[in-house]
Ligand binder design. Structure first.
Ligand SMILES: Nc1ncnc2c1ncn2[C@@H]1O[C@H](COP(=O)(O)OP(=O)(O)OP(=O)(O)O)[C@@H](O)[C@H]1O
Length: 224
């Protein structure tokens, strides 16, 4: 059974009198244990697609299902808090907190059952992702870009969700760092059975994913 189903979704922006379609009658499913990329040029609607499957925005027509339940019925806020995590290009960390404090933030918000000692879990997650304890205790704005993105991924894992979404997660990083981050995503899908969906304009990243969809002129097609 798929974990996310997009069913017959239309999404458009009103542009004066005209409706500008970003998605037209889109149907697609995503499974656990798989690393997906959504490939599209700038302005093709990748971020919009991610907003719809993360419950940050709602389609004008059609439905998004999580574990066969409509996310509208789960409640968008509840869905965002408990069922998915997002990694952003700009990291979106809280600059005046340490790395480990950033990882603790979603743990304080989620309703998911968490281990008794969230702090040691946060240190373990950071360590797993390559941030040792001395760095975990630093303010995040004193870490490099690649390190900050690792903290953002550890934060995405903190609530133990099955779906990890990412919007151009390596857009600010050099090639070596990009490869390390892509390897982490692969590992999360293949060793930890997560559903990982990365939107990107990078063919190099798409080639390393298990399945790629191309978004162009409102149409999402499987890319072989
Ligand atoms: N709130 C809005 N109102 C009207 N048009 C919008 C709005 N948000 C986005 N758009 C337009 O919709 C199109 C798709 O935007 P989106 O940000 O989803 O594309 P993208 O593929 O993520 O682009 P990029 O890679 O440059 O971030 C763009 O042309 C954008 O200008």
């Amino acid at each position: 059974m798929s974990i996310i189903d997009v069913k017959n979704v239309d999404y458009y922006y009103q542009d004066g009198e005209r409706q500008r379609y970003i998605l037209k009658n889109t149907t697609v499913s995503f499974d656990k244990g798989t690393f997906y990329t959504i490939l599209g040029q700038s302005g093709s609607g990748k971020t919009t697609f991610l907003s719809l499957i993360s419950g940050l925005d709602a389609p004008q027509k059609g439905d998004v299902l999580f574990e066969n339940k409509n996310i509208k019925d789960i409640g968008y806020e509840t869905f965002r808090r408990n069922d998915i995590s997002i990694v952003f290009q700009q990291y979106n960390l809280v600059p005046y907190l340490t790395a480990v404090e950033n990882v603790l933030v979603p743990m304080a918000i989620t309703e998911n059952k968490l281990p008794d000692d969230p702090k040691s879990v946060a240190y373990n997650l950071l360590d797993y992702i390559g941030i040792v304890e001395s760095k975990a205790n630093r303010m995040v704005n004193q870490l490099s870009g690649g390190e900050q993105q690792r903290v953002a991924i550890a934060r995405a894992l903190a609530t133990n969700v099955d779906v990890i979404l990412a919007d151009e997660p390596t857009g600010n990083l050099d090639e070596d760092m990009e490869q390390e981050i892509v390897d982490i995503f692969k590992n999360l899908a293949h060793q930890h059975n997560k559903c990982v969906i990365v939107v990107t304009h990078s063919n190099e990243i798409a080639q390393q994913s298990d399945k790629t969809y191309l978004l162009r002129k409102g149409v999402l097609t499987a890319y072989e």
